[in-house]
Design a protein around this ligand. Sequence first.
Ligand code: PLP
Length: 427
Amino acid sequence: TLTTVARDTQVFDLINQELHRQESGIELIASENFTSKQVMEAAGSVLTNKYAEGLPGKRYYGGCEVVDEIEQLAIDRIKELFGATWANVQPHSGAQANTAVFLACLNPGDKIMGFNLAHGGHLTHGSPVNISGKYFQPIFYGVEPESGLIDWDKVEETALRERPKLLICGASAYSRDWDYVRLRAIADQIGALLMADISHPAGLIAKGLLNDPLEHCHIVTTTTHKTLRGPRGGLIMLRNDFENPFGIKTQKGQLRTMSSLLDSGVFPGTQGGPLEHIIAAKAIAFGEALSEEYYNYAVQVKKNAQAMAKAFVEKGYKIISDGTDNHLMLIDLRSKDLTGKLAENTLIKADITINKNMVPFDDKSPMVTSGMRVGTAAMTTRGLLETDMERIVELIDTVLMHHDNDAKLATVKQEVNDWMKQHPLYS
Ligand code: PLP
């Protein structure tokens, strides 16, 4: 029986090593965060045992009364958080959410237009190595070489010329806000659907600290584990549901709503049974995000990013677009004669985790890169404030300026470890 199963110490020893790594280092990967203990408790619960294909109240399996209530809670809370009228919380990840939208809205070969991966976009917005670029015809817009900003006139020009069926906004490494009003006006001129992928800044948007995409975009997707601080996962939302423009009808001959096409795009379109343990963890995270405490957190994430950007600039680092409106920034290391690869590999020796990143118009390969991306979501969860961001930049600069001095790196690592002990994570 289960009571006699031997504990797998091999795996649990490794999990403990990972806990130690997370607790003792400075985490600056912009797409990461630390969830609460209760979020992890739900993610590790008995709900992992349950099959629940379908939606609350409409399942293909018996015994779903309890998970129905849990999933409905997650739906209700995310709707309240974003002022949405409809949500599907089942996508296993951000990539799954986007793929479900494509399946619901596009036919193979249709044209899609997204933000260039090499300028900070995401793989799922038309990259040739992703299903979005393999099954559909992708075209891209990017940033301007001088300003590092998106020129909306150029986006319009490209969209009018290419006439994509789906226009995608949102990014993985763009530190500025998006003009959703303008994007919707562009989409309307060509009868395109407008989708916003807010995976990165979702938490800041939820608390009104950035422009609201739900008012203007037909469809909004997001991950749940970045600024939103939930378990790893994805979801799709609508503020205003509408009849699909593709003429797809119900058995009774009525035009199907966009929400029903999106539900089908998730299941059975691209997924099987939902992960109800993760959906419970999502419900908890959304409940946390509804709190005043989380609002203060989101405000601090933004303040910290601005303090960090200022500190980098003062040390002579070049930030793409010269600053940030959200939780992240992209730093061009060429002015310091460094590569992203060297920065990532050296900083990790001092227990500071960042990721190397292509910068717009990069002359180096994706495995080397000229830039690094940093974000403040995780360290703000640990309770760090603006002056701490200045200290982090000081430490990063020391490491990068002494990248071949192992003794110096060891000293910084010790300082990082001692400092992080003062900001306990889970213990
Ligand atoms: N969309 C954007 C903009 C992202 O930044 C990411 C993740 O980095 C994703 C989608 C994919 O999310 P996931 O890794 O959960 O599939």
